[in-house]
Design a protein around this ligand. Structure first.
Ligand SMILES: *Cc1c(COP(=O)(O)O)cnc(C)c1O
Length: 647
């Protein structure tokens, strides 16, 4: 790559289509026109990454934006009160496009993060409008040509940004600008976790984007007094509840801008990412919006691309499928259902199992390389790979591993198959309990893997640096897929789909897309356990005390006491305190409440494994039943129910 370092590998810098983005400043009114003045400017430089499709001549462009200081940026003219020295230039120019905030569950309360969100939105919108104008006169075609999908609330500031462009630069009146926004924007909700619902302090928004704050107030006023008022006349409590501006209960706290409400109010459709999740979005997250706009909230169940998550990552299985089916399953995944006719065929089962074993041998090499642990490819490979979060319950898996270890120490001749438990995960940097769970898994694994008394019946490994390229090596080698989130917390999951597609059997709760996976594969071909969404809410209503479960379950109590004893970490007796406190003091994610049911489900897995023709029949049926979970089907659903595009 000529001309210095490449910040986006594989992308080409486009020097001609830069954007200038404004920040800070103030708004002045002249003859009824709003002028946003005395702003600071940042350059957005486009980098174009070609995206090649499958079996098509077309190549799309993913345009990424690099933040740069504007040339001749004048530090002296800068507001010295707030940003002395070169902090501003450094933060903005160097960091806007360099720091990816890794925390997917609660946003950092950082000005830079907010500026970053606005920067990417403003660059993309300006670019989109410039390209529209190159090909069209006037705005008549705009809403027919453009759709903007807000991927979670992170780009929600796009709503007031488009209103600003339309009203201040294109002379639209407010109501017409709002109509345009509501034609082009749609919003996908990705989580119900309350701490993940983004809000920004009103003062920060007003300081960084003063004109946008005015427009948010204007939109809020219109929404509450023209729309909420019609549905619930005179209901001030309702206006308070639905306001984009959250009033603090403590007046010393700041007012907050609710980005999710801004997204719902500015969009024509809002979708959840699995049937259960969309139901909960309607019933629990936005019930009033659902009453106000009964057609607005819809479901589009997520999917995964069969090209990456089967054809590319599992070439042997892809070849077997090619030899078995006549059509192009790569672009029509529903065709996999034909494989069901072969599920009982001993020859087909044997080939299917042999391919899985080959993949496991390859993964065993990777595990040895990365962890220095030798594992037997003939063992059950039981895998939990996903971001580390208490709701995903890696700690439940860990407690069960310790229980197996304990059972084996009590009876080393126990008639159980060899098992390898494989983890990979990253935790958000500030999430102490999550970090502690990673540490606990590693300490327990180290002990188990080196205990000769259990004669290799049990191994546990935690592979470092979890990422897509590692997932592509692990998933084709999995026998068991751990999808064990607390019911109601995993919006969809997509790892669950990748595993089942590659012939792993799921042990899972009735959460997210697991519900639909169970429907597709049939209840005999999946290991469902644990509390349902309704059970969880009943239990919370009754009042849940994890210590009751702990006191009454002998094995669970022994496992927790052992973890607390310091035996796994003699050098640091208190090493797992954050985890143990979380489990015993509140257990918000009901780990202990689901323990016995989880352990029983694992016993059913062991029984199934002991009957290979039964196991491989189930595995083949899983692969054969994944047609629905192609991302191609998801995209068709978006086209039909949200974008109004003919397919
Ligand atoms: C698929 C995938 C995920 C999502 O996994 P879930 O189990 O659905 O949470 C996360 N990270 C990587 C690298 C993935 O490939």
């Amino acid at each position: 790559m000529p001309g210095g370092k490449t910040i986006f590998p594989g992308a080409l810098k486009n020097r001609k289509e830069k954007q200038v983005i404004r920040l800070y400043g103030k708004v002045r009114e002249v003859d009824g026109k709003k002028l946003w003045e005395d702003t600071q400017e940042v350059l957005g430089v486009p980098w174009d990454l070609p995206i090649t499709g499958y079996n098509t001549e077309r190549v799309n462009t993913l345009r990424l934006w690099e933040g740069r200081a504007t040339e001749g940026f004048d530090l002296d003219s800068f507001d010295a009160g707030r940003y002395q020295d070169s902090r501003f230039r450094e933060i903005l120019a160097e960091n806007i496009s360099q720091v990816l905030y890794p925390n997917d569950s609660h946003p950092e309360g950082k000005e830079l993060r907010f500026i970053q969100q606005y920067f990417f939105v403003a660059c993309s919108l300006a670019d989109l409008i410039a390209r529209y104008k190159r090909e069209h006169q006037g705005w008549e075609e705009f809403t027919r040509k453009v759709v903007i999908q807000l991927n979670d609330t992170h780009p929600a500031i796009a709503v007031p940004e488009l209103m600003r462009i339309l009203m201040d630069e294109e002379d639209f009146v407010f109501t017409r600008a709002l109509e345009v926004c509501r034609s082009v924007f749609c919003y996908t909700n990705h989580t119900l976790l309350p701490e993940a619902l983004e809000t920004w302090p009103q003062g920060l928004v007003a300081r960084v984007l003063p004109r946008h704050m005015q427009l948010i107030y204007k939109l809020n006023y219109h929404f509450l007094n023209k729309e909420v008022e019609v549905q619930w006349p005179g209901d001030h409590q309702m206006k308070r509840r639905l306001s984009i501006i959250e009033e603090p209960t403590n007046p010393a706290e700041p007012q907050m801008v609710r980005m999710a409400y801004l997204s719902v109010i500015g969009s024509h459709k809002v979708n959840g990412v699995a049937a259960l999740h969309s139901m909960l979005v309607k019933a629990n997250l936005f019930p009033e919006f659902d009453q106000l706009w009964p057609e607005k909230i819809v479901n589009v169940t997520n999917g995964v691309t069969p090209r990456r998550w089967l054809a590319n990552c599992n070439p042997e299985l892809a070849e077997l499928i090619d030899q078995t089916l006549s059509g192009d399953w790569r672009s029509d995944l529903a065709q996999l259902s034909e494989l069901k006719t072969r599920a009982d065929d001993p020859q087909f089962q044997e080939t299917f199992a042999r391919i899985k074993l080959d993949n496991k041998k390859h993964l065993a090499g990777v595990i040895d390389e990365l962890c220095g642990v030798k594992v037997n490819p003939e063992a059950i490979f039981d895998v939990q790979i996903k971001r580390l979060h208490e709701y995903k319950r890696q700690q439940l898996n860990l407690l069960h591993i310790i229980a197996i270890y304990r059972r084996l120490l009590e009876d080393p001749d126990l008639d159980v198959p060899q098992r390898v438990f494989i983890f990979a995960a990253k935790a958000a940097p500030g999430y102490l309990v999550a970090k502690n769970i990673i540490y606990a898994i590693n300490r327990v694994a180290e002990r188990v893997n080196n205990d000769r008394r259990i004669r290799d019946k049990l191994k546990a490994v935690f592979l470092p640096n979890y990422r897509v390229s590692l997932a592509e090596k692990i998933i084709p080698a999995a026998n068991v897929s751990e999808q064990i989130s607390t019911a109601g917390f995993e919006a969809s999951g997509t790892g669950n789909m990748k595993f089942a597609l590659n012939g792993a059997l799921t042990i899972g709760t009735l959460d997210g897309a697991n519900v639909e996976i169970a429907e597709e594969v049939g209840e005999d071909n999946i290991f469902i356990f644990g509390k349902t969404v309704d059970d969880v809410s009943d239990l919370r209503q009754r009042g849940y005390n994890p210590r009751d479960v702990y006191q009454h379950n002998e094995e669970l109590k022994a496992v927790i006491d052992w973890l607390a004893s310091g035996d796994f970490s003699p050098d640091e007796p208190d090493a797992f305190r954050p985890l143990l406190e979380s489990l015993l003091d509140s257990d918000y994610f009901l780990t202990l409440a689901d323990y016995q049911s989880y352990s029983d489900a694992h016993d059913r897995i062991v029984q199934a494994w002991k009957n290979p023709s039964h196991w491989w029949r189930m595995a083949i049926i899983n692969t054969a039943s994944m047609g629905k979970f192609s991302s191609d089907r998801s995209i068709v659903d978006y086209c039909k129910t949200i974008w109004n595009i003919e397919v």
